[in-house]
Design a protein around this ligand. Sequence first.
Ligand code: RM4
Ligand code: NI
Length: 288
Amino acid sequence: MSGPLILRKNAFFTSENQAVAVLDRYPQHAFAEHIHEFCELVLVWRGNGLHVLNDRPYRITRGDLFYIRAEDKHSYASVNDLVLQNIIYCPDRLKLNIDWATYIPGFNDTHPIPRWRLSSSGMTNARQVITQLEHEALKDDPISNKMAELLFAQLVITIARCRHLIDNKDVNEQEMLLDKLITTLASSLASSFVLEAFCSQQQCSERVLRQQFRDQTGMTINQYLRQLRICHAQYLLQHTRQMVSDIAMQCGFEDSNYFSVVFSREVGMTPVQWRALRQNGKKNERYI
Ligand code: RM4
Ligand code: NI
């Protein structure tokens, strides 16, 4: 049996002196499962898709941020106008005396939290640094390589300052509504989410917010929430022994029959069938 696809350094870096490079994925196409000889920092700008990282599915959209280690295996599927930037780097080629591990989850630790969120203002800050970095990284001469490493340091520190965890309830007041909505949706998996209540709390127009969400992510709020719930259900089905009815509850479905109907419609088989397939190690069966 052949192992997973391995992406090699020399296919993505111009020389052995280059420590960092920027890959624009405008768009990111579906991409098969792979590991790397290098690490990645993934920033999602817009659209949506499914990111499966170490067998765990994440529905991704604007503002999501991932720290991928060389040995992490991941793939992209069900992409829909997914736009991201991939900052790839080789830890062994970094020469500056910076405590990288303080800013990059997973640089040394074995169980890092891989998924974070960036606020819109954080994204704007990051984008400025990435633009400069991209420019330097194209040149690959000694001074540009040094400059690129400095900019990479600036980038990881900038990001460390404005990232937050998805379940962080203490969302910054300044954060824009869309960010707040996405964070709130992700922490509303086990309960129902009422947009009207959210909007009256935030004093914003429901219609405008719906439209903004659609423009930026390429899907409706309800579609996104349903995908998040099903994704979480798939994770629990595969990795726990809980009963389907308990899983349904934890994913915000009070009625487990209704959960099965929605699940079957989205995934093409019932939760029980899906669990059996995944647990038999048939890795290629579909996520949504
Ligand atoms: C792919 C995808 C992968 C990355 C390679 C270099 O399009 O973004 O995650 O490892 O590029
Ligand atoms: Ni990758």
